[in-house]
Design a protein around this ligand. Structure first.
Ligand code: NDP
Ligand code: PYR
Ligand code: MG
Length: 754
């Protein structure tokens, strides 16, 4: 695109993220095999005629024989895209694809985006109403007020599936959850609260209505729009939705309204609130500045004037993110699961209370592990759960489903809540929450990350993102001029980066001395060490790490794994009592499998296999999983017999003796390890479920399997991660993309995999 050179690197990354691989963020995949002639004749003509006739006779069977019951349409006309304004239907597509991805990621709801090219409410309403047969629910998005009210109302009346305008009700539910908790923390009763809402559009009107319906007295709420206070009798710029909330007041400006107010709720535009306005509020004010992407006032400005304030924004980079992403996936999950005809007030209030209560609960241990070990405790900086909190999927849909049943809109009530809860839990993979929390952890404890191959554009892009996204300081190794040129090409100011040139660095004498002390009795002369330091970026990088100039190191994109490892090992040792080895992490939709040793030890001994199992189990646990270890083979418990089975068997016996605190079993084939049906043939097996840690008998099978899965598999494959070194070093695959490198850097920095 023509403007590429004017973009900041984070903006360029955002464009690359959307264009790399398949353009966009979603694809459709078949949920049934389509491999044989028989599959085709069942999926299509003639087999497909059977469900067609069945549905024609009984429409409810569409939920049994098609995707309808799990499919939501995200529909917009692009008239109020986030806070960016009316940029049209086509331009809104990235946001709508994004919402579809969030539906899938957080609640396993399949969603498809539809951008309608019209600003005429009737045309919009007619188009959407005709789509009822296709979908289980309709999520309206980013349609401006007041048309959004007309559209939603008409569609709710005409359609017999849930119709939900996310910017109105999704936002209101999350705002209400945050408000309930902020009032609780400041010891206020709803009936005493004076509230000011700035903005009188889609989000603001719905939030005001919900705030009143949960107990804030109507005559204590003042609404403002771009022209000031909406007071009784005002005629300028008014519509029926605004006048329904017109206040009996002398206040005419936002500043008048805010004097003495307890709560400020902003759903307007960046910078609408001044420091003076905040100063004039009641003690312990509650300030929700929710305009996106930039809030009405920045949290740091509020804190400087009113340290006693509770502040929330719509963004993920401050504490207390109040954003509808916490609501719409789970509200639809619950509504779809009971086949609700609508999302009513009771369901919204139930969701708000469930979310609020989650933040007040003590974070259980397994969830704390998924948060990267850092607990979140209810308080002014934690009034609302983070979007990746794995408890949301178990609690919010249940609350919504219960409310739907109690209010008579559920067509298929839940009969066994315990079974429903486990079904919900199984929809998500805890690893994804851990990855998200590792990124948070990295932001709150920034590290110095050594990137040894900084002349490579992929590496530089990862290093730039590492810095710009706040994970820490990239320490770049390379010819300074070439690295600077690369930074310049990518639109960065090279002066802001730390670059080390291995030929001229002032650290060289100390490095050579250290290396010589270490290698002099291993056949290396002093001048050999000087040459290594000058010419080998892995040796130089590892020495920087060893001397404390960085917290972790990442390399591998220009050299084979073994060569990089041998160079690093000239400088660094394994951690005491640890065996260095490699782990690939296969992240599927609802499960994760750890495979080891995929990179280092060609024919591990029984004792080495046992060590690898123990260390991999620790990583699995760190990533939120109870480890179930299988020692893999072509054979199952002695059948067929073979020459090479002994090491795996001995490893099992060794672990028996070590009294470890995780499940393990072997030797067994991968299908027996992973498939519960086959496992029934071995009732004595000690694994209580499918294995999630696969210990391979040797490097051949391990490395081949990992690479096959990476090339042919459908889920994400992370790694190889190098485990068991005295300092965190990661050797990436030569095929790594910038985001692969960033993930490795962040996980290495956060100490999740090391
Ligand atoms: N955090 C979250 O989850 C969400 C945040 N939002 C944010 O809320 C904002 C509004 O979105 P939405 O309701 O969908 O948009 P709408 O277009 O429906 O409404 C915008 C409203 O903002 C008002 N406004 C504009 N400038 C000012 C100003 N200086 N002072 C007071 N009011 C002003 C407009 O006033 P007027 O009527 O006079 O034109 C209008 O009422 C956006 O920034 C959006 O990103 C929205 C949804 C969710
Ligand atoms: C978050 C959201 O939906 C918005 O800002 O429009
Ligand atoms: Mg929106």
């Amino acid at each position: 695109m023509a403007m590429q050179n004017d973009l900041r690197s984070s903006e360029r990354e955002a464009l690359l993220f959307h264009s790399e691989g398949r353009p966009g963020k979603i694809e459709i995949i078949a949920s049934k095999p389509m491999a044989t002639q028989r599959d085709l004749s069942l999926a299509y003509s003639p087999g497909v005629a059977v469900p067609v006739r069945a549905i024609a006779e009984d429409p409810a069977l569409a939920y049994e024989y098609t995707i309808k019951g799990n499919l939501v349409a995200v529909i917009t006309n692009g008239t109020a895209i986030l806070g960016l304004g009316n940029l049209g239907a086509l331009a809104s597509k990235p946001v709508m694809e994004g919402k579809a991805v969030l539906f899938k990621r957080f609640a396993d709801v399949d969603a498809i985006d539809l951008e309608l090219d019209t600003e005429d409410p009737d045309a919009f309403i007619n188009s959407v109403a005709l789509m009822e047969p296709s979908f289980g629910g309709i999520n309206l998005e980013d349609i401006k007020a007041p048309e959004c009210f007309i559209i939603e109302q008409a569609l709710r009346e005409r359609m017999n599936i849930p119709v939900f305008h996310d910017d109105q009700h999704g936002t209101a539910v999350i705002m209400a959850a945050g408000l309930i908790n902020a009032l609780h923390l400041t010891g206020r009763a709803m009936k005493d609260v004076k509230m000011v809402v700035n903005g009188a559009g889609a989000a603001a009107i719905a939030c005001t209505a919900l705030a009143k319906s949960i107990g804030i007295p109507g005559d204590q709420v003042i609404l403002c729009d771009s022209k000031g206070v909406i007071y009784r009798g005002r005629t300028d710029g008014i519509n029926q939705w605004k006048s329904a909330h017109a206040a009996e007041t002398d206040a005419r400006t936002l500043a008048d309204a805010m004097r003495g107010a307890d709560v400020f709720l902003g759903l307007s535009v960046e910078g609408a609130v001044s420091a003076e306005m905040v100063e004039s509020m009641a003690p312990r004010p509650i300030i929700f500045a929710l305009a996106n992407p930039n809030p009405e006032i920045l949290p740091e400005t509020v804190k400087a004037i009113r340290p006693d304030a509770i502040i929330a924004t719509g963004r993920s980079d401050y504490a207390n993110q109040i954003n509808n992403v916490l609501g719409f996936p789970y509200i639809f999950r619950g509504a779809l699961d009971v086949r609700a005809t609508t999302v009513n007030e009771e369901m919204k209030v139930a969701a708000a209370h469930a979310i609020a209560e989650l933040a007040r609960q003590r974070v259980p241990e397994e969830v704390a592990a998924a948060y990267g070990g850092k607990g979140s405790t209810f308080g002014p900086d934690y009034i609302i759960p983070a979007p990746f909190d794995p408890r949301l999927i178990e609690t919010v849909p249940i609350a919504v489903a219960r409310a739907a049943m109690a209010s008579g809109v559920a067509r298929r009530p839940i009969t066994d809540e315990t079974a429903y809860r486990s079904q919900l839990r199984a929809r998500l993979n805890p690893t994804t929450a851990v990855l998200a929390s590792a990124y948070e952890e990295a932001r709150s404890h920034p590290k110095r990350l050594i990137f040894t191959e900084a002349e490579e554009e992929t590496v530089l892009r990862a290093a730039i993102a590492f810095r710009e996204e706040g994970y820490g300081v990239p320490v770049l190794i390379g010819h300074a001029d070439r690295v600077r040129e690369g930074l310049d090409r990518l639109g960065c100011d090279a002066a802001e980066f730390e670059i080390h040139n291995a030929r001229v660095s002032p650290l060289i004498p100390e490095m050579v001395a250290r290396l010589y002390t270490r290698l002099q009795r291993k056949g290396f002369l002093h001048r050999d060490c000087l040459r290594l330091v000058n010419q080998d970026r892995n040796v130089f990088g590892a020495l920087l790490l060893d001397m404390g100039h960085g917290d972790a190191m990442i390399t591998g994109t220009t050299r084979h794994f073994r060569q990089s490892l041998d160079q690093v090992r000239l400088v660094l040792d394994p951690a005491e009592g640890h065996l260095p080895f490699g782990v690939h992490v296969l992240v599927g939709r609802s499960s994760t499998v750890f495979v080891a040793d995929t990179t280092v030890n060609e024919r591990p001994t029984a004792s080495e296999l046992a060590d690898i199992a123990q260390q991999t189990a620790t990583i699995a646990r760190r990533m939120g999983h109870a480890p179930r270890v299988a020692f893999l083979s072509y054979s199952n418990f002695g059948n067929p017999p073979g020459e090479w089975l002994e090491t795996s068997r001995e490893a099992v016996i060794l672990l028996d003796g070590r009294g470890v605190d995780f499940e393990f079993e072997g030797e067994m084939s991968p299908d027996v390890a992973l498939n519960s049906t086959l496992k029934r043939h071995y009732p004595f097996s000690r694994l209580t479920g499918p294995a999630n840690v696969l210990i391979m008998p040797g490097l051949q099978s391990a490395n081949i399997s990992a690479k096959l899965l990476k090339e042919l598999g459908s889920g994400a494959v992370l790694g190889p991660f190098l485990v068991g070194m005295e300092k965190p070093v990661q050797i990436a695959a030569m095929t790594s993309t910038a985001s692969d490198l960033l993930t490795m850097a962040v996980l290495a920095g956060a100490g999740v995999v090391c």
